[in-house]
Design a protein around this ligand. Sequence first.
Ligand SMILES: [Zn+2]
Ligand SMILES: [Zn+2]
Length: 356
Amino acid sequence: MQLLDRLTAVVMAALDRLMNRLGDILDPVIRWCGPLMVALAAALIVTIPSGYTWVIAPNTVLKFSQTTHDNDDFFWSAWLGWLAHWLLLLWAMPNLVFNFAMSVGVSPGRVSAVAMSSSASSASSYIAQTDLNSSATAAELYPPRSCQPCIVSKPPRAFHCTICRSCILKMDHHCPWINQCVGHHNHVYFVLFLAYVTIACSYICAASSGPFMVCFDSPNPPEYPDNARGIVLYTFSASFAVAVAVGALFVWQLYLVSTAQTTIEYHRNNDLRAELKRMGKRFVNPLSRGPVQNFRDFFLIDVKQPWSALLYPHTIRMPTDGYTWAQLQKAGSFAVDANGAYCDNVRVGIPAGVEC
Ligand SMILES: [Zn+2]
Ligand SMILES: [Zn+2]
């Protein structure tokens, strides 16, 4: 058993070294290719809807809406298609372009030593409270950390990005397609961008599947001239690939939002859950307030900003600075009772094992 443990440790250390070496090579490549990737994303955003609008739509939904008025069934399906077409162009595309521009243009928030020191007093207050009990606490989930390259104390949820060469507030991941990290200040824009890409590309993919089959089967379809055939094949293939890839990322992000985690925290929390289980403790994410409230927290839905705000382009000003987190401060001393039930955050200071 000891030999197996030692062997596992050696393999893990070797893998760690390999990953670090790979990171040293890949990080500069990703950094240099960043502007190119943004240009490629912009090219996809322009060319896919253009191919649909100028080549496919005139031969499908727009043509039907002009020619089938005498047949009731066709009439309604044609007008629904026509409506979907204009909804896509006038609603989804402006939202998609706006949220992409904001994801690229708004900094996720870099940890600054000055801002960190001004928030230090409030941060230390929740750390001090956590010594009251021995159950899983916010301090165990978010212990005080510092970053060597940046020479700063890292606030909870912040991580160092080796590509951006900076500590990022509430870092989710580094996205090459926007050439920066997804973090505290641009995370909402990024998720909305994924949502509108998924909607637009799913629609375009579905609407261009028929023309694609025609052009795929016939090298010279009468409906489409030679140069248009290539555009039809490209529009369907590209929209299909983007809808699948971005759709999967969107669903993943929705799961993370509903559980109040970032991508990095998801992996850390899983490790921590296993570690705490071995210690006989139970893991509870102190940031999570239930799926619906987590969505409200993430998208800043309140009286001033209703859910309908997600349907139109609008700028977002985060109400918090990304250095301190109210839920963590409240949860500083949460306990787990004898039955393993989670005590209310409000009841701070209850020792572990005590009924709440
Ligand atoms: Zn750093
Ligand atoms: Zn980054």
